[in-house]
Design a protein around this ligand. Sequence first.
Ligand code: F6P
Length: 322
Amino acid sequence: MKRVAVLTSGGDAPGMNAAIRSVVRCGVSKGWDMYGVRKGYAGLISGNIQQLGTRDVGGILNKGGTILGSARCEEFKTEEGRLKAIRGLSQMGIDALVVIGGNGSQTGSYLLSELGFPVVGIASTIDNDLTGTEMTIGVDTALNIALEAIDRLKVTASSHQRAFLIEVMGRKCGYIALMAGIAGGAEYILLPEVETDPEEVAESLRLAYEHGKAHAIIVVAEGAKYNAEALTNYFEKHKDRLGFKIRATILGHVQRGGDPGAFDRILASRFGNGAIEAIDRGEFGVLVGLNKGKITTTPLKDIVGGTKQISQEMVELARKLD
Ligand code: F6P
């Protein structure tokens, strides 16, 4: 019989609860004892760990956030902090740990596994910036939240013949901006990965106004050089020739707070099972992900420090559709 702990770390993502539920229930179905760690790596260091049974994870499949809580933990970034965490896990007789989280969290799980502790990562972040998986838990729901906001803003933009700048999350990766921009019919999309001249954006606004468009939508990733604030400042200086009046909306954490949609619930359930099967095979130091429709494992050492590249095909498609 094994003892396996699970934690959620970094920014929360819709579907994390579905992943916790799946890890616990798939582990219990193998006859293992399952444990939940509160508040991410901080709880690992302080020993905030409790046993979880099947009923403890009931009623959470459809809920956003994470019942275990999450945190970004500075102490865990030190080797001393990580060794303390391992000592705590060993004292409780825990054989393996499942880490549900994004890029920073999986760097943490890699460092733990380098110290010899058996860890399996589950890819979860609304940014979809992790390599080793085509989709992460949470991105589909966050994208749909951003899209709903864009659709609503388009309605009011049309009533007033305005242009809206809509800033979505994504510090290093423009996945949400690009996909929300394509699905929301944006006139322009600004990404961290693509250098954009604000003059080009201003010119496209001017042309759209001249052609009599009722509205213009510009989707901006928070990590783009010209984010909503920078672009607003630029447009302010050129407002006489833009035609449209401009308004900016920053969606921020609204995108993280939703209840997970079907895609994220199913993906999270599959990832949870994938993590338990990897542990059963004795396969550690890996990230569970989705590739070509299949649940896969990729060594954590191959994914740490990397950021998924944006699809050039999608960037070109966006240009054709604007
Ligand atoms: O990593 C997910 C994410 O939501 C990013 O898109 C965003 O830049 C960041 O987290 C915000 O972090 P915090 O919640 O700590 O402000």
